[in-house]
Design a protein around this ligand. Structure first.
Ligand code: G6P
Length: 473
């Protein structure tokens, strides 16, 4: 194996580290998903992870200690590229379009050109660290051109692509001025994984509709390369899970349980309603606040019966639509609290900052009702985390039909988040759900989540990729 290369390479827009100005060093990203993935990938270690630091400018050559199992290769983005490729093409074109166009996507050629350039840079970086015959796993919507670029440059490597967000219906995707390049870019992979059956069907239909592939069998497409040679692409659903053991352990810890008690005392009401999201317009944060505000105005709840806690983690604050959303949500919080708050008791407790892992689990334990109401979401792991934390089988989950998680969690109170009256009924039902009913549902949901955790997801995807027939590909 050439020096400085690996047999397994991960490519994602973000590296799994974050700069800590306080500690003056690179620290593993919070979230746990990455560390869970790496645990599952121990058999293929040492591996390389190629990605961006999240900060404009030259990427550092070194990221500090703890890199024996995994080497990090930083891809540099200029200030202009963070605007054009990241905030623009990735997060103001593809993100809203793929989420059912819940905000109007913008199409700009300068954004597109930058997206192509950055994908090329990733291709060079990935190729430089991939050993002959390596397996490369590419993640998410920022890098949809990379599979084809890499196939052309490195026909010896096996390429997997996983889309963490939804793949839209063909007629929505067809709006993209760059649709042909993107679908052909994706089809450079040997395996394309998506979160839901719906995304899988959308992707297959789109590829066929745009003439980029022909159907072979249910989950298999046939694609022609530049030389007109045929190869096969598997398109399959791999529903992502959470690190169940990590959440179970935290939920059982005495410190977390005590903190949950404290939170309940501080909120000081009978029923605590909770939302935990990135501050993103796809998450339906404003809708649930409106529904809750109306329920209070219409006196569905007695004074002091219910309060809502909303954690809204700051996100993509350079993108206009996120700036507008923040203003809107914060106005709503002010409005609902102005009308329904009392001295020492708020109707909505709102946090625009990320919270430590243990604090989030304590909130899950403190919450009688979890509100997960996205307008569209690839999976939504918060729903799975809440269910896993509720080990005494109490609590109720209000869950949007338009999340990937709803394919699994059929025992949640499923809602159409566009229907405010329906959402109000669902919140009311969750608050009043009889204990025995809630307990039976929560138990089934907990079992469903633990039956398919993040380790199963990694294993299933990698096994599928490894099993693809290199000869015919
Ligand atoms: C979603 C995407 C991820 C992304 C994350 C945070 O979950 O699927 O690829 O990393 O949001 O967004 P950010 O723009 O901060 O990376």
């Amino acid at each position: 194996m050439p020096q400085g290369t690996s047999h397994f390479v991960i490519a994602a827009n973000r590296l799994p580290v974050r700069w800590s100005p306080v500690e003056n060093r690179w620290k593993p990203s919070p979230g746990g998903l990455v560390s869970a993935m790496l645990t599952s990938l121990q058999d293929v270690a040492p591996l390389h992870w190629v990605g961006w630091t999240g900060v404009a400018g030259d990427a550092p050559a070194e990221f500090g200690e703890g890199e024996e199992e995994m080497s990090l290769l930083g891809v540099s983005l200029s200030h202009a590229e963070t605007e054009l490729y990241y905030s623009g093409m990735s997060n103001a074109t593809i993100w809203p379009l793929y989420h059912d166009g819940v905000r109007p996507p913008e199409f700009h050629r300068s954004w597109w050109n930058s997206y192509v350039e950055v994908n090329k840079r990733f291709c060079e970086a990935v190729a430089s660290v991939s050993a002959p015959g390596a397996t490369v796993w590419i993640h998410d919507y920022h890098l949809q051109l990379l599979p084809k670029m890499l196939r052309e440059q490195r026909p010896d490597v096996k390429i997997g692509f996983f889309l963490h967000i939804p793949f839209p219906p063909a007629d929505l995707f067809a709006r993209l001025p760059f649709r042909q390049q993107i679908i052909e870019g994706l089809l450079g992979a040997d395996v394309i994984g998506v979160q839901t059956n719906r995304s899988r069907d959308n992707l297959r239909r789109t590829a066929i509709f745009l003439g980029a592939a022909e159907a072979e069998r249910d989950n298999l497409l046939v694609v022609k390369d530049k030389a007109e040679a045929e190869y096969k692409v598997v398109v399959e659903r791999f529903a992502i899970g959470i690190d169940v053991a990590r959440f179970e352990e935290a939920a059982q810890s005495t410190a977390v349980q005590q903190r949950a008690e404290e939170i309940r005392e501080m909120v000081g009401v009978e029923k605590v309603l909770l939302g935990v999201d990135r501050l993103d317009y796809t998450k339906g944060i404003d809708i649930r606040m409106r529904a809750f505000g109306e329920l209070l105005s219409e006196e569905f709840f007695a004074p002091g019966e219910c309060s809502m806690v909303q954690v809204a983690e700051p996100s993509r604050s350079n993108v206009n639509q996120y700036v507008e959303l923040r203003e809107h949500v914060e106005q709503l919080v002010g409005k609902v609290n102005g009308l329904h708050g009392q001295l020492g008791r708020q109707a909505i407790h709102y946090f625009h900052k990320s919270q430590p892992f243990e604090e989030i689990v304590a909130m899950y334990l403190a919450a009688d009702v979890m509100l997960v109401t996205p307008l569209r979401d690839g999976m939504n792991l918060v729903a799975k985390e809440y269910v896993t934390a509720r080990q005494d089988d109490t609590g109720a989950l209000v869950l949007s039909e338009f999340t990937g998680a709803a394919e699994l969690l059929r025992d949640a109170i499923l809602v159409n988040p566009y229907d405010i009256d329906g959402l109000k009924r669902a919140i009311n039902e969750a608050v009043r759900m009889p204990t025995a009913d809630a307990s039976a549902k929560m138990k089934r949901m907990r079992e469903a989540v633990s039956g398919n955790d993040v380790h199963d997801w990694v294993r299933d995807f990698v096994n599928c990729l490894v099993a693809t027939d290199t000869e015919s590909n």
